[in-house]
Design a protein around this ligand. Structure first.
Ligand code: E4P
Length: 222
């Protein structure tokens, strides 16, 4: 499963990219505004950081327009900045028209704010490169986000759709584990969750024990 970071924080992206385990970054208007910098500068710097580690990655840049012609105009501009930039488009009728326009121009898209299997079906029919179902927000609303991932996987398998399933709105390491068990293509995760994936209390305990035993042995030799 590919791991993306769901952030626009340069510091977090640098730290995660340095592990060599990062396959991409997703941003959204909320995350970009949090950083308080010019959009092009922000996205270009994210691309530059990832490029220093790999050539196989994507950075999702989201359009703000709601009408498809304006979405296409915005996206065409973003796509000029770098070939790794893919255009994040909201899951609306206009959004899916824009997706088809981008596809005709060989520009990849990430259809965002997906909350139902039917939305995912339509996004795949439109030719989305990625569909982003928001599991955390579905859980928050009292349903099961992971059930949706399973249903989308099933639909895509039934018809051989190549659209990648990206598990978004991840809140916990359990979401990441479940995404991998279901066979999602990608999980995009906050930096805090990324860090949590590395640790287990028994790993820490085991390292401490090995170090103590090694130190005790050398002490005895003195
Ligand atoms: C996905 O690409 C979105 O940026 C993100 O996962 C939204 O997550 P949230 O529900 O934590 O805002």
């Amino acid at each position: 499963m590919q791991i993306y970071l769901d952030t626009a924080s340069i510091e977090e992206i640098k730290k995660a990219a340095a592990t060599g385990l990062l396959n991409g970054v997703t941003t959204n208007p909320t995350l970009i505004m949090k950083e308080g910098r010019d959009f092009k500068t922000e996205i270009s710097e994210i691309v530059k950081i990832l490029k220093a580690h790999t050539d196989d990655f994507t950075v999702s840049a989201e359009v703000n327009s709601t009408e498809w012609k304006d979405m296409v105009k915005e996206g065409l501009e973003y796509a000029k900045w770098d070939k790794h930039i893919i255009i994040k488009v909201p899951m609306t009728q206009d959004g899916l028209i824009a997706v088809q326009e981008f596809k005709r121009r060989k520009i990849r898209t990430n259809v965002t704010l997906c909350f139902s299997p039917n939305q995912a079906l339509l996004a795949a029919k439109a030719g989305a490169f990625i569909i982003s179902p928001f599991v955390g927000r579905i859980d928050d609303a009292g349903a099961s986000g992971m059930d949706l991932i399973g249903q989308i996987k099933q639909i895509y398998e039934n018809y051989g759709y190549e659209t990648k399933v990206l598990v978004a709105s991840v809140r916990t390491p359990t979401h990441v584990r479940d995404a991998a068990l279901i066979g999602a293509d990608i999980a995009t995760i906050p930096y805090k969750v990324f860090e949590q994936l590395f640790s287990h209390p028994l790993t820490d305990k085991g390292i401490a024990q090995f170090q103590a035993d090694t130190a005790a042995y050398h002490q005895k030799l003195r």
